[in-house]
Structures are given as structure tokens and as C-alpha cells.
Design a protein around this ligand. Structure first.
Ligand SMILES: [Zn+2]
Length: 399
């Protein structure tokens, strides 16, 4: 591969890629409202020469290059979180302001910057003749901020697209990442018997039955463990609610909502069992449920799933990670030191659920994600383009 030519083309297309990023920042695209930005990305993919561009039944966009044997996906979700209080922003979140080599705005880091680099990497592949025995799918996916991985559950199960490798292009500050902790949401519900508040001894107060469970969950958090790379699991209570026939009656229902972060090895079954085995849980006759996500996509598709997002970690010596490291060394003339995300990504589905080898590489720094200082350096677009253009050929040659 001619890495000098890739580098030259990446710098030639940096301005176009930056302009495209500013354009897509200016199109708001919170989860379930991605239609207009998907259309804009499709236009750009077609203009730079992707072989085929289509939108699937959920509303994800797929840009294809080549028809070779090895199916490689590079994924960027193109929905964003909302902006919060606009007064807290120094730069208009929907202008894509460029200042001193940095582009600001909602989604700049998480993760429209990656999509801008991916589309122009496609152009480099075409122009430098980097096609080989692979098919590259660049996917712009929806609803990730609401329900990570749902888009890929749909792509794999319904569109029957099963890549050999998925590159998750969430922000890594131009490092290679190989996994992150998973997470899940749970609700614990306790029932009681109501009666008049003037004689509480006649009833059975659900809130009192919940109280020891709450204390046990605080203690459980301290007992949780995990291996050193991804770290230990955590649990916290994010919400509490209760019900009673009136404010002058004994509560007959109490519920707590849990945010549980998963270490390597934690599964939906192990987490539920761990709660069910708490003595306080059994004494209260509590039950635990995993809530469902079932919000319609902008296309109107409802694709219900449990709010369970498994941990994933690509082995240090996995051939896919070796291909990523080799590409990194050839492109940047230095060795990669694979890291991990603090947050969660679509990898929960591609690798966490379906065991498709996945790794991360993306422009921008995770610390700016969802912040009022959301930003992506233009230089990162250049560097990311080089990696994305080189990886498919480097991977398919190594197989
Ligand atoms: Zn993201």
C-alpha cells in the first residue's frame, strides 16, 4: 500500500471533510429525528463515489464500496443527545463553528466527526485504488444515544448483514480501543397492603419493606469486582417511586430503578441472581424486571429490546486487533497502545451480543462527548481518514 499517497490524499480532502462535518452539525439529529441528516450523508456518499448507498427499514444508512469476499463494517451512529441549556454553550451548537483548527457543535465529537472522516476515506479508497477482496460497509446508524446497539441488532437479525469485523468509530482520540464495560437497567418492585394512614398497623408499608433493599444495594456496590483492564462493575439507584391510594394512606407499592455497570463476565442472569439472593429482597417478596426499550425510529419502526448492553473486550492477541495495530503502525509510524472507552457503544451488539470481532478507532476525545464544549480537531479528521482508508485492505490482505 502506498501510505504516502494515502497521507497526501487525506490532507487534500481535509477541507472537504471539515466542511461536510460543519454541514451535518448544522442539521440537528437527536435520536428518532435523524431523517434529514441521514439524507445529507447519503448525498455526500454518492457524490464521493460509493458504489451503493441505501437506507434500511429502521433508517440506518449503508454506503458500500466493493464486492469482495471479506465484509468489513465501519460504524458511526449519527444521532446525538440534545443540547441542554443553550446558554451554557460558548459556540452555537448548530453552527459547526471552526476556530483555531477546531470544529465546535453538538455531535462534533460524538460522533459526526467520524462520519465526515469515513465518507472521505471512501473517496480516498476509490481514488488511490485501495479496493481489494473486501466489501466495505460504512454504516450511519440511528438511536444509539437512546439504546446502544439496537441498530446493529436490527442490521444483523433483519437485514442479515454479518460482517467479519466492525470498526466502531466513536471518539478514541485517535487511539485503538478494544472494549468497554457493559450496562443494564433494572427495576425492583415491592408490594404492600394499604390502609388508612391514621392506623398504619393495619397495613403493610411497601416503602418500609424496600428500605433494607436500598441499604443492601449500597453495600452490594462495594462488593462488586472485575478484571483490571475494564474495571469493576458498579450499581447505583437512579430513581425511587411509590404508590398509595392517597397521601393519607399506607404505601402499597415501592419501586427503585437501578443503573448497573457490568464488568467482564457479568451477564443479565448473573445480575438478576445477585439481586434475588439478597436476604432483604427475599424477605420483602420483591421482584426484579429488566425494562424494555420500544421507541419507534424516525421511519416508524418499533424494534423492542431489553435494556441490557453486554460488556465486550477483544482479546489482546486477536488477529483483528493485530490487523488494527499493523495498520496503525504503517499509517502513523508508531505503535498503538490499545485502550478502552469509559462510555458504551454499538459494540454491545456487534461483539457483546453477536461476538463479531470489533474494535474502536475514532477522531475527537471522549471527554467532550455530550458536553457543552463538544468539539473535534480538524487534524483528527485527516488522521482518521488515513486509518479508515488503509484498514480494509490491510485487514483483507492479512486473512
Ligand atoms: Zn457515541
Amino acid at each position: 500500500m502506498n501510505y504516502k499517497q494515502i497521507a497526501r490524499l487525506a490532507s487534500d480532502y481535509t477541507d472537504d471533510s471539515a466542511k461536510f462535518l460543519r454541514d451535518i452539525i448544522a442539521i440537528p439529529s437527536t435520536s428518532t429525528k435523524e431523517g434529514p441528516v441521514i439524507d445529507r450523508i447519503g448525498e455526500e456518499m454518492t457524490a464521493v463515489g460509493f458504489d451503493e448507498v441505501l437506507i434500511d427499514g429502521m433508517g440506518n444508512i449503508h454506503g458500500r464500496i466493493g464486492t469482495g469476499k471479506h465484509l468489513i463494517a465501519m460504524d458511526g451512529h449519527i444521532d446525538t443527545v440534545d443540547v441542554g441549556n443553550p446558554k451554557n454553550w460558548k459556540h452555537d451548537p448548530f453552527k459547526g463553528k471552526l476556530e483555531n483548527g477546531i470544529i465546535y457543535g453538538r455531535g462534533a465529537s460524538d460522533m459526526k466527526g467520524a462520519m465526515a472522516a469515513l465518507v472521505y476515506a471512501g473517496k480516498i479508497i476509490k481514488e488511490a485504488g485501495l479496493e481489494d477482496d473486501y466489501t466495505l460497509m460504512v454504516t450511519g446508524t440511528v438511536q444509539e444515544e437512546d439504546c446502544d446497539g439496537l441498530c446493529w441488532q436490527y442490521i444483523i437479525k433483519e437485514e442479515k448483514i454479518v460482517p467479519e469485523v466492525v470498526v466502531i468509530t466513536e471518539p478514541t482520540n485517535l487511539q485503538i480501543y478494544r472494549g468497554h464495560r457493559g450496562r443494564m437497567e433494572l427495576e425492583i418492585i415491592v408490594e404492600g397492603v394499604s390502609c388508612h394512614g391514621s392506623a398504619p398497623e393495619r397495613g403493610d408499608n411497601a416503602i418500609y419493606k424496600m428500605a433494607p433493599i436500598i441499604q443492601d444495594i449500597e453495600k452490594l456496590n462495594e462488593r462488586l469486582t472485575g478484571e483490571p483492564f475494564l474495571g469493576k462493575g458498579t450499581v447505583t439507584i437512579s430513581q425511587i417511586r411509590s404508590g398509595a391510594p392517597s397521601l393519607c394512606a399506607v404505601a402499597d407499592m415501592a419501586a427503585i430503578y437501578l443503573d448497573r455497570r457490568l464488568a467482564l463476565g457479568d451477564t443479565i442472569d448473573s445480575v438478576i441472581k445477585e439481586l434475588e439472593s439478597l436476604e432483604s429482597f427475599q424477605r420483602a417478596g420483591a421482584k426484579v424486571v429488566v425494562p424494555q426499550y420500544e421507541v419507534a425510529s424516525y421511519k416508524g419502526l418499533k424494534y423492542p429490546t431489553q435494556k441490557y448492553y453486554p460488556t465486550w473486550l477483544l482479546d489482546e492477541n486477536h488477529p483483528v486487533l493485530n490487523a488494527a495495530k499493523r495498520t496503525y503502525r504503517n499509517v502513523f509510524n508508531k505503535d498503538a497502545v490499545p485502550g478502552k472507552w469509559v462510555f458504551s457503544t454499538n459494540g454491545v451488539a456487534t461483539m457483546g451480543m453477536f461476538n463479531i470481532p470489533s474494535f474502536g478507532f475514532g477522531p475527537a476525545n471522549e471527554i467532550h462527548a455530550h458536553s457543552v464544549d463538544d468539539q473535534c480537531p480538524v487534524r483528527h479528521l485527516t488522521e482518521a481518514m488515513k486509518f479508515y482508508a488503509a484498514f480494509p485492505k490491510s485487514f483483507s490482505a492479512s486473512e
